[in-house]
Design a protein around this ligand. Structure first.
Ligand SMILES: [Zn+2]
Length: 295
């Protein structure tokens, strides 16, 4: 695991509403698509492994190692349920949903699944280069081991900084746990590992009802995503109308200490029962519209 994070409890997969039946084909499993590093790595991302201005024996050694990287099925998650660009892109402009998985339960069901945070960088790594020189010029067994590990980490868990907002977590799993359908590599994760499903702000009502009912029937939590008027960070409403925010440091949802009685947006305790927007009443609007300055 990367050093910058606390323990990982929850991970999130964003998807479009149309994908629901494929992801939840029954009430037994949640099904995700995986891909291999050779398919998901942009070629330029390999330039993040080392600076390629090196002598030929070093580059030849690098080529040898990179060519032998094992192709292990991998699937992507995010460590946050509140990333607006993720809702926009993967959940089709907030019309889809996001699935919260309990990482411990996934590990319990699939002990071979390994999780790692993606690190984001724009410069190649000196560590990999150091291991490469030692492997190529000294060539001891442990040097080659270090190099293999470093290149593996770079190929599976490194992206350029422009992707940083995705806060990606990748799961790798031995292919013997996967199955292939129409050329897609799929993994079936027992549904017990699904903690919650969150519908987007714009998920259409029939889809939302369907997802909500499915959650209820299978003992899965259900939240609605809301984009508030006071803060740029989205919040979440549970089935009984309580609002929650997602706390990155704790990697968990926290119930708001105070929320607007009308619109449910989380507010500070000093605001009282209503948010500043819900305190605006008709007589304020009348005064505002009669103010000459606004024409
Ligand atoms: Zn309000």
């Amino acid at each position: 695991m990367e050093d910058r994070k606390p323990e990982l409890k929850s991970i999130f997969k964003y998807a479009s509403a149309e994908a629901f039946d494929k992801i939840f084909p029954s009430n037994k499993h949640v099904v995700f698509k995986l891909s291999l590093p050779k398919d998901f790595n942009d070629p330029y991302e390999l330039s993040l492994t080392i600076d390629f201005n090196q002598p030929p024996d070093i580059l030849a050694c690098y080529q040898e190692v990179i060519g032998k990287i094992q192709q292990i099925p991998t699937t992507c998650f995010s460590e946050l349920p509140s990333i607006i660009p993720m809702w926009a892109h993967y959940a089709k402009n907030s019309t889809g949903f996001s699935i919260e998985l309990d990482v411990d339960l996934v590990k319990k069901e699939l002990p071979e699944a390994a999780f790692n945070f993606v690190s984001y960088r724009d410069e190649p790594s000196d560590t990999v280069l150091d291991h490469l020189y030692k492997a190529a010029r000294i060539g001891k067994f442990r040097h080659i081991g270090f190099l293999n590990d470093a290149v593996y980490h770079a190929a599976y868990f490194t992206k350029t900084k422009c992707w940083d907002c995705e806060k990606e977590v990748r799961m790798v799993i031995n292919e013997k746990h996967t199955r292939i359908v129409d050329g897609d590599i799929l993994i079936d994760i027992p549904i017990v590992a699904v903690k919650r499903i969150i519908c987007g702000q714009k998920t259409a009502n029939p889809e939302r009802e369907k997802i909500k009912n499915f959650s209820k029937e299978n003992g899965i939590g259900f939240y609605d995503l809301r984009i508030g008027r006071l803060s740029a960070t989205p919040y979440f409403i549970d089935e009984i109308g309580n609002s929650h925010i997602f706390d990155l440091a704790r990697n968990a949802f926290l119930k708001s200490k105070n929320q607007c009685e009308n619109c449910k947006e989380p507010i500070s305790q000093k605001e009282g029962s209503h948010c500043p927007w819900c305190k605006v009443e008709d007589h304020h609007r009348v005064v505002a519209s009669s103010t000459r300055a606004f024409g």
